[in-house]
Design a protein around this ligand. Sequence first.
Ligand code: PEP
Length: 248
Amino acid sequence: MKKIVANFKMNKTPSEVKQYLMTLVPRFDKAENIDLCLCLPYTSLSEAKYLLKGYPVKLGAQNLSECEAGGNTGEISGAMLKDVGVDSVIIGHSERRSRFKENSKIINKKIKIALKNRLNVILCVGESLAEKNTLKTLDTLREQIEEALKGLYENELESITIAYEPIWAIGTGKNATPREIEYAVKVIRKVVEDDFSTKASKEICVLYGGSVTNKNVASIIKAKGVDGALIGGASLDANMFLNILSLI
Ligand code: PEP
């Protein structure tokens, strides 16, 4: 079964999300071969919980606070997400790393808080264009994964999905080639093997994200070692997204 995660980013009002779900969800008929999770804006989570009731579509969030509760004005806790029906949360997205200065220490804390609240984690990792051009992809991926998963027990990896998202491919229309993806996924699994075990490296779910569309999804999803995709821009139109899902 392939795993598909949609990241809406900061798009769609609650009314627009409602419209979207009413179009997509009744027509999603690939539940037997697609594990689908929609990472919506916080403002839509509550209503989506009811709209998705009885449908094989999981609810996801795009971020959470690294703190438990209390004096953190404007933040959203793991407990709040769990209570509203969230299954999975994206952590370490490159936009949060660069624009909101989330370093590896914060990402590690967020992962631990998510796990404590029984939320699944979609950990995003990926190199910049400069790192790619100077052949630093391997080092970047190793460092990001090791820092993010520091202090975790092997059995906790069951709740972790790693999304390989090269920064240069996110929202640019330039996707990594299946060969580049296969290389990165191999590196990711090797890091998990070195830090945990061979079993863990085989079992961990690894996705690709970065300009996935209906034109490239079929070849990307077939790349060796790839368990699915994280889709941003192309998930925003319900009909376009249904078309992508039909190609998997
Ligand atoms: C993303 O935001 O994680 C992403 C992969 O975006 P896009 O598909 O638009 O490149």
